[in-house]
Design a protein around this ligand. Structure first.
Ligand SMILES: [Zn+2]
Length: 272
């Protein structure tokens, strides 16, 4: 069980981003085996489209990193305000859902062990990887100065469940375009330097939700944490039992009923 606490909320109108912050969990234990091969504690920024994307896409790996003492910040581009079925939730509005999903995401991030969640609150489903959004993502990268950036794959059109969400592809495109070459190049968005955000060079980019992986992380011992975090997105999980059953299909081929094994895959690009 994790301790619940009321998150601090700062609206985009006061600071341009919604923000939640949590204390670092005391229960972190260092992990001896790290295919990531990081010698020091890393500052990790996760930039994805929707609340619940971090947990669904790579929650096991994020939980693993948090428990190894790395610092994790989420920067979500939307608040997932269209993530409901109006035929089954006729009284729900997009504004109401946006507010609920802020809190659900804060709770889920706390289960994962992330330190902070920020929202840009763009309209769900309408993300376009244009220069304005790229500037916002560059601003976030330069502001948080991550060693490791987590993004998703813009080339993933056919997901296991059918068509990948257009926001996932748009987010992947705009975040990777912000990461290279704009974030570290002072001639891209020089107005951000005036704002106080000088260029920042990333060490690595980890691309999740990809069909072109080159790194596999065994997240078996983090699977229960991932599931617990996903279940915090209560508006998105209509039938928890069905979800748990569906997630059994994520077991690796060498799994047995007694010894299930789970993996998360990434395309990793290293700059140092
Ligand atoms: Zn999503």
């Amino acid at each position: 069980m994790h301790l619940r606490q009321k998150p601090e909320i700062v609206t985009r109108y006061s600071e341009s981003m919604h923000r939640y912050r949590f204390p670092i969990p005391d229960s972190r234990k260092s992990m001896t085996l790290q295919p990531e091969n990081w010698q020091d504690k890393q500052n990790i920024l996760v930039v994805l489209a929707h609340p619940d994307d971090p947990e669904f896409f790579c929650g096991g790996t994020l939980a693993r990193w948090a428990r190894a003492g790395h610092s994790i910040t989420y920067q979500l581009l939307t608040c997932g305000d269209k993530g409901f079925n109006p035929t089954t939730s006729p009284d729900m509005t997009t504004d109401a859902l946006c507010a609920i999903r802020h809190v659900e995401q804060a709770n889920a991030a706390k289960v994962i062990g992330a330190q902070a969640v920020h929202f840009l609150d763009h309209s769900d489903g309408y993300l376009v990887p244009d220069l304005d959004l790229r500037r916002e993502v560059v601003r976030a990268i330069r502001k948080f100065k991550p060693d490791i950036l987590v993004a998703c794959d813009p080339q993933n059109l056919f997901a296991t469940y059918g068509l990948n969400h257009p926001d996932h592809r748009a987010a992947g495109q705009v975040v990777l375009d912000a990461a290279f070459p704009a974030a570290s190049n002072p001639t891209f968005f020089p107005e951000l330097i005036t704002e106080g955000y000088p260029p920042h060079a990333l060490k690595e980019i980890w691309v999740t939700l990809t069909n072109q992986p080159n790194v596999t992380i065994d997240v078996t011992d983090m699977w229960d944490i991932k599931i617990s975090a996903i279940l915090e997105h209560k508006t998105q999980v209509e039938d928890p039992k069905a979800l748990l059953e569906r997630f059994k299909s994520r077991r690796t081929d060498d799994s047995t009923e007694e010894n299930p094994r789970y993996e998360e895959k990434f395309r990793v690009i290293k700059y140092s």
